[in-house]
Write a protein that binds this ligand. Structure first.
Ligand code: ATP
Ligand code: MG
Length: 586
């Protein structure tokens, strides 16, 4: 410790929102260089490499081969797949001295596809899985939470190449199994959920989410085993309803009803139904947004959702990707005079109606459903407006919020909601990239066929933070054994050569026994050393100090706080046993 390049900090960094960020900075594991960009200091770098080691071992175990591609990439392949534009402002683009366009790789599907196209030509060469552990660059709109969402970060990305769908399925399953092993070893609670494929394209995809209150992702799970990122939940459309007996639509004055609740109250007071009261779910809310296309143009969009639900902005973003949703501004209303703000209804919405605005509805808005909605004149709503009779949306858009207790789409019971951090994502890409870049091989009949691909990512630097997020406490970091920078921290507390000599000897003996040791040999008070040991978070510490006179040292467990005096002469044996996974203290 007297030589280690580390400074522990008393105070939280000003920008730290989450425990992992706070403690990794305070413990001197990382330093911020710029927004979303961090330097790794010795202790942090050891943890990062431990994560990498776990990832490498499990990738090697399924026969994936490690390569290392550049991070600085030419534009052309990304043009060929459309991602130079689709990625929008999220990629770092740069020019070389000759004016050529380059980017810093956000992910490497294109380059791997070209590499395999370059060297392989036959079905006999397949299957193949390649991976790298590489620094990625994304100009994230909101870098946050330290390593959790960086603009420069470390990812393990792998790519599988197969001749047919059955092969892809096998490669995907092998990766999935490897990921289960990786995340079990990293030691956090995680769930595997259905996911959307987003800008990546392709079909089947699943995410591995670390369960965490601070997570940016929301997922749903049912007791019957359904689990999905909310972005990927497809709400089933109910069967159409008969509407022959429905009354004709009728318009009423509904003054002072700025919210759904006031509208429902007004309806029950003045336009009561005879069978049951109106509820928020009977109202149809028409939400306007502006869609910004990747070419920069803007197009209005109206979204109908039942009034008891909001539009979920993340679900909307996932549906629109690569386009983005923006607010519909006051100027936009000026440009669309047919919209009666607060009273917008299907009467003017839709490509063929007065506003000309594309009108997409929630899947629950099926033929025969009866709604209370805006009558397109200020202060008035229309009642018993029947879908399929009185209005027909231009299409379906499944972006309403998912609520606790909603039925799982597969009928496996009610959904509960929780939050998580996306740690890994596996995709069956199919032929999108191979097609765009011409990656073909000869099949067994001598016919040229396009290979089919999978793509698989693990957030390696994010994992460092996610583990810290799950394990740190009010005193500091607390590493699981496989990730800790050192197995043991020895604290030499107390004055005199004897203490330091005994601590140094113990450190040396442990080192010889294959246990890595961080020795706190500083001329600092015991209080400082205890506090630092807790911040730094090695799983086991040994206090060599006052007890030495009686021939004992104190063994401490960081996670449980348990401690025990043990004879110095037994210390090496006991610590080796602890480090190799026997019960911490008996
Ligand atoms: P997110 O939804 O969190 O933005 P993503 O879906 O864009 O992530 P992928 O393209 O699937 O990410 O990348 C694979 C993995 O890389 C993710 O599962 C995540 O663990 C990690 N990752 C992605 N973006 C970042 C980032 N900005 N900082 C740190 N790790 C990241
Ligand atoms: Mg992802």
């Amino acid at each position: 410790m007297s030589e280690l390049f580390v400074r522990t900090l008393r105070d939280d960094p000003a920008d730290a929102e989450v425990p992992s960020h706070r403690w990794l900075v305070r413990a001197g594991y990382i330093r911020r260089a710029a927004p979303g960009i961090y330097s790794w200091l010795p202790l942090g770098y050891k943890v990062l490499r431990n994560v990498e080691r776990i990832v490498r071992e499990e990738m090697d175990a399924i026969g994936a081969q490690e390569v290392h591609l550049p991070a600085l990439l030419p534009r052309e392949p990304y043009d060929a797949t459309g991602r130079w534009t689709d990625y929008g402002p999220n990629i770092f683009r740069l020019k070389d001295r000759k004016g050529g366009d380059y980017l810093l790789g956000p992910t490497h599907e294109e380059m791997f596809t070209l590499l395999v196209k370059d060297l392989y030509s036959s079905y006999k060469d397949l299957p193949l899985s390649l991976y790298q552990i590489q620094t990625k660059y994304r100009d994230e709109a909101r870098p946050r939470a330290g390593l959790l969402r960086g603009r420069e970060f470390v990812m393990k990305d792998s790519y599988s190449f197969d001749i047919d769908d059955i092969g892809l399925e096998k490669s995907y399953q092998a990766h999935r199994d490897a990921y289960v092993k990786i995340f079990n070893r990293l030691g956090f609670e995680y769930v595997i959920v259905h996911a959307t494929s987003g800008a990546m394209g392709g079909s089947a995809s699943e995410e591995f989410l670390a369960v965490a209150e601070n997570g940016e992702d929301t997922f749903v799970a049912s007791a019957g085993g359904y689990a999905a990122n909310v972005e990927a939940v497809h709400v089933a459309a109910p069967d159409p309803l008969p509407y022959e007996d429905a009354p004709a639509a009728h318009v009423h004055d509904t003054p002072d009803t700025p919210t759904i609740q006031t509208l429902v109250d007004h309806a029950n007071a003045h336009v009561a139904r005879d069978d049951r009261p109106w509820t928020a779910a009977d109202t149809l809310k028409n939400v306007l947004v502006m869609v910004r296309k990747v070419d920069g143009s803007r197009e209005p969009l109206a979204i109908a959702v039942p009034g008891d639900r909001e539009v979920d902005l993340k679900r909307l973003a996932a549906q629109l990707e690569p386009d983005e949703a923006e607010a519909f501004t006051e100027e936009d209303f000026v440009d669309h005079p047919s919209l009666a703000k607060g009273y917008i209804g299907p009467g003017v919405l839709g490509a063929d109606n007065a506003s000309g605005i594309r009108y997409l509805a929630d899947p629950r808005v099926v033929t025969g459903t009866r709604w209370v909605t805006g009558a397109d004149t200020p202060g008035r709503h229309v009642f018993d407006l029947v879908c399929g009779r009185d209005f027909t949306p231009d299409g379906v858009l499944d972006v309403a919020e998912i609520k606790e207790g909603d039925p799982a789409p597969d009928g496996s019971g009610p959904l509960r909601l929780a939050r998580g951090i996306e740690m890994g994502h596996i995709f069956q890409l199919g032929r999108k990239y191979a097609e765009a870049l011409g990656c073909k091989v000869l099949d067994s009949n001598g016919k040229l066929v396009t290979v089919t691909m999978g793509s698989y990512g693990v957030g390696v630097s994010r994992a460092v933070a996610a583990v810290a997020e799950g394990t740190s406490d009010e005193k500091g970091l607390c590493w699981p054994r496989e990730l800790a920078p050192y197995d043991v921290q020895i604290l030499a507390t107390g004055k005199g050569e004897a203490v330091l000599n005994a601590a140094t000897d113990l450190a040396r003996e442990l080192d010889d026994a294959g246990v890595s040791v961080l020795l706190d040999d500083r001329k600092a008070s015991p209080g400082v050393k205890f506090a630092d040991a807790e911040i730094l978070g090695m799983p086991t510490s040994v206090v060599v100090g006052r007890g030495l006179a009686d021939g004992v040292v104190e063994l401490r467990d960081r996670a449980t706080g348990a401690s025990e005096n043990i004879p110095l002469e037994d210390a090496v044996g006991r610590i080796v046993a602890v480090v190799h996974g026997r019960p911490v203290l008996d």
